[in-house]
Write a protein that binds this ligand. Structure first.
Ligand code: NAP
Length: 272
């Protein structure tokens, strides 16, 4: 796609959220890893649509600053430190959400790491364990631990952040890619049981989104051009473009959708 057309699309997505509907009024949301990037954009959008949002990540200073940004915009937010692989942290996240906001209706599992880059069969056991502990096991455990609270919620739902790499593994991010495929499988393996509790569960699979996490894919002009050349829409995505998808999935507009994945990749292919 011509650069001018791609730029026009970015302008069309203005980031202007005035006039948003308030589909999540009265709901309570937890977003993990929500102090920057995609998690922060999702938290902000859920709050803009009326939800009370619990911000969390590993570092207290990041939590405080993200909460303050939302409060400054007149949104309802609180924060708690939570390293998703830590059982006590996850318990405190759920306990404080209940104490502060009275329950839980929306759980967004967004935390993920990728500590190593290289050929998939060169990955050490430690790195494999870390990727699977944070990206997959922590999501699974948090879903289990949040289930009793969500069950009592208002049209409750879970949103898992997977990746386009879960469909088509990225060259040197093989094990990370496997973990993101596992999250799509986790969604598929749990939606029937959760439907019995009235809880929907869906995934979002972002393409290459401009955040700190993906900076290696746009760190120089030539690398960014190579990345863009693989994206049919000719540009990287923006974190705010993920927020509306999460708000839709958490809302009653998606009341008949469960066990599915919405791919937002600018056209990068998504076939398993
Ligand atoms: P990011 O901008 O680098 O933000 C990462 C966030 O995660 C920070 O708020 C960080 O805060 C927090 N965090 C890191 N480790 C954590 C842990 N163990 N427990 C709790 N919080 C933790 O990343 P991003 O690009 O938004 O990525 C968010 C999600 O989107 C990930 O699941 C990623 O796999 C997925 N994704 C990203 C892209 C992309 O191109 N960016 C594409 C597809 C999917 P602290 O440092 O304070 O903990």
């Amino acid at each position: 796609m011509m650069r001018a057309a791609a730029d026009q699309m970015i302008r069309t997505f203005s980031g202007n959220t005035s006039g948003l509907c308030r589909r999540l009024e009265g709901k309570v949301a937890i977003v993990t890893a929500s102090t920057q990037g995609i998690g922060f954009s999702i938290a902000k959008r859920l709050a803009e649509e009326g939800a009370k949002v619990m911000i969390s990540s590993r570092k207290e200073a990041n939590v405080n600053s993200a909460v303050q940004k939302l409060l400054n915009e007149g949104l309802q937010a609180s924060g708690v430190v939570c390293h998703v692989a830590n059982k006590e942290d996850r318990k405190r996240l759920l306990d404080e959400t209940k104490a502060k906001f009275g329950g839980l209706d929306i759980l967004v599992s967004n935390a993920a790491v990728n500590p190593a880059v290289g050929p998939v069969l060169d990955c050490s056991e430690d790195v494999w364990d870390k990727i699977f502990d944070i990206n997959v096991k922590s999501t699974y455990l948090l879903m289990k631990e949040a289930r009793p609270l969500l069950k009592q919620g208002k049209s409750p739902s879970i949103i898992i952040i997977s990746s386009i790499a879960g469909y088509q593994p990225f060259g040197l991010l093989g094990v990370y890619s496997i973990s993101k495929t596992a999250l799509i499988a986790l969604c598929k393996a749990t939606y029937e049981d959760l439907a019995g509790d009235g809880i929907r569960v869906n995934c979002i699979a972002p393409g290459v989104i401009k955040t700190k996490f993906s900076q290696a894919m746009y760190q120089s002009e030539s690398i960014e051009e190579t990345t863009k050349s693989k994206i049919p829409m000719g540009r990287l995505g923006l974190p705010d473009e993920m927020g509306g998808i999460a708000a839709f999935l958490a809302s009653d507009d998606a009341s008949y959708i469960t066990g599915e994945t919405i791919v937002a990749s600018g056209g990068m292919p998504s076939r398993l």
